[in-house]
Design a protein around this ligand. Structure first.
Ligand SMILES: *Cc1c(COP(=O)(O)O)cnc(C)c1O
Length: 235
């Protein structure tokens, strides 16, 4: 029997999201298990994260540094893998380098240089993605396509970072064809980089509202918040 709405917890919703991903992998002929689920827990409590962790979830994404640091400290015995998915100010790099395993939204070489310099010696390289402005919106963060090869080359020189791939947050639209086209363009850019010698394996794309289009077009990490933890309060 399906749990009724009031019985839904992060653990039960997580299970449903996992099943959806398996079904989509099958429908779009993706290798089973090739889409990694990142649970975006920003604005959610340590208790809600523990509930998701009890269902086997290990990867969690956070956007707000101070809030994240409190949860990471509170959950240090849980063996979780923390991903920073928010915008990065220069003065936040030291803490991010010390407390996270992944950073998804790199768009400036200066930030990457600081993260590499500040990465503590006892930790493995920080796993990073370059954020691409796939809709070419003036107001939106992320690199233009043309900028990506040079910045990717610069990042490869940094000893304590490992460039894994590309990340994007598409414009909100109900136009599925438009979204799939944008995701396909991000995948094409990754393939182009790999043809010129980069060994990249990560496409971080797809959120609660566009999961299917992202899996269809090759996402390897989907960043899911609302579908696991419920709506976030504004502010
Ligand atoms: C909040 C956030 C998500 C999760 O979005 P949902 O729509 O709640 O799934 C994914 N990626 C980034 C970068 C985010 O900031």
């Amino acid at each position: 029997m399906q749990p009724t709405f009031s019985e839904q917890t992060p653990a039960t919703r997580l299970q449903a999201v996992r099943e959806t991903i398996r079904r989509l992998e099958n429908r779009y002929r993706r290798t089973p298990g090739s889409v990694r689920l990142l649970a975006v827990s920003k604005k959610k409590s340590a208790e809600e994260i523990i509930d998701a962790a009890s269902a086997g979830q290990r990867d969690f994404g956070e956007s707000y540094l101070q809030e994240a640091l409190k949860k990471i400290a509170a959950l240090k015995d849980q063996d979780l893998c923390w991903h920073f998915v928010g915008p990065i100010q220069k003065n936040k790099t030291r803490q991010i380098a010390a407390h996270f395993s992944w950073v998804h939204g790199i768009e400036r070489v200066i930030v990457a240089e600081r993260l590499s310099t500040q990465r503590p010696d006892h930790l493995p390289p920080l796993q990073v993605c370059l954020q691409v402005n796939i809709d070419r919106e003036l107001s939106k963060s992320g690199l233009q396509y043309e900028q990506v090869p040079d910045i990717a080359s610069a990042l490869q020189e940094l000893p304590n970072l490992k460039l894994r791939g590309l990340m994007a947050i598409p414009r909100r639209t109900s136009d599925t064809i438009h979204r799939r086209l944008r995701f396909a363009q991000l995948r094409a850019l990754l393939e182009q980089l790999n043809q010129s010698g980069f060994g990249l394996d990560t496409l971080s794309m797809g959120m609660s509202g566009d999961l299917e289009d992202a899996v269809a077009e090759g996402a390897t990490i989907v960043r899911i918040g609302t579908a696991i933890f419920g709506a976030r309060t504004a502010g």
